[in-house]
Design a protein around this ligand. Structure first.
Ligand SMILES: [Zn+2]
Length: 231
């Protein structure tokens, strides 16, 4: 059995034991980087770099980011990570590792400088799923995970607008207050009216967060989601 197959089966096994897959997906992603991309592992304890690989006559530093299937199902097009801007690797390899079956998907393999944006503090680069793939590709990968999702290119935050002012766009769209994406007002049905402030998919995730962790769970969910677009 190949090392990759072994690693992917460990992820599935860890998930079956009780959603322990997040403990092993980093390992699986590094094994994929070694076996499929020829990455040489960095010595233990090295920060910001997981390894190096040789391309075009020189060694490139590589950072491997692993996403679990559950994480992507929860945060969808907004799944993200941060990299320290002053310690960017030459290559960013982002891998979605499945837990319902042995398998993975390469989300990104390229320069981290070409994706995401630098936060106002200048220290961190935020990179989202929707920054690394086209809306069509994101939607297709999400469909593969059983998530039907309207993938919209995230709006750039508009600095001139009062953040508290309700925004209803000319074609009767308004932004969801959780994910920040604009949808037609019909998306916000609530008791026969269209005054809900959460879009349909955020509503559903909000309910799930409540079932898992009560009002503290929903508060954390809203906070985490808003971090993705409010800055
Ligand atoms: Zn939403």
């Amino acid at each position: 059995m190949s090392r990759v197959t072994k690693a992917l089966e460990m992820v599935v096994g860890a998930y079956e034991l009780g959603q322990y897959d997040s403990n092993v997906i980093g390992m699986a992603a590094e094994v994929i980087a070694e076996e499929e991309f020829g990455m040489k592992k960095a010595p233990r304890g090295m920060k910001d770099v997981d390894g190096t690989w040789f391309r075009d006559g020189r060694d490139h530093t590589v950072q491997v980011k692993a996403w679990s299937e559950d994480r992507v199902k929860t945060y969808r097009q907004f799944t993200y990570f941060r990299l320290r801007e002053n310690a960017l690797p030459d290559v960013l390899l982002c891998i979605l590792v499945y837990c319902s079956k042995p398998g993975y998907e390469i989300i990104y393999n390229g320069s981290p400088r070409d994706v995401g944006y630098v936060e106002k503090n200048g220290r961190d680069r935020v990179i989202r799923f929707s920054h690394m793939r086209t809306p069509e590709e994101v939607a297709s990968i999400l469909r593969g995970l059983g998530v039907e999702e309207k993938v919209v290119r995230p709006r750039r935050p508009n600095a001139s607008r009062d953040p508290k002012a309700p925004v209803v766009e000319s074609d009767s769209r308004k932004p969801c207050s959780i994910c920040g994406v604009s949808f037609p007002v019909e998306e916000f049905h609530y008791g026969g009216r269209t005054t809900n402030s959460y879009c349909t998919s955020c509503c559903k995730l909000h309910r799930q967060a409540y079932n898992r962790g009560g009002s503290e769970g929903t508060r954390l969910f809203r906070e985490e989601m808003r971090k993705n677009w409010k800055n």
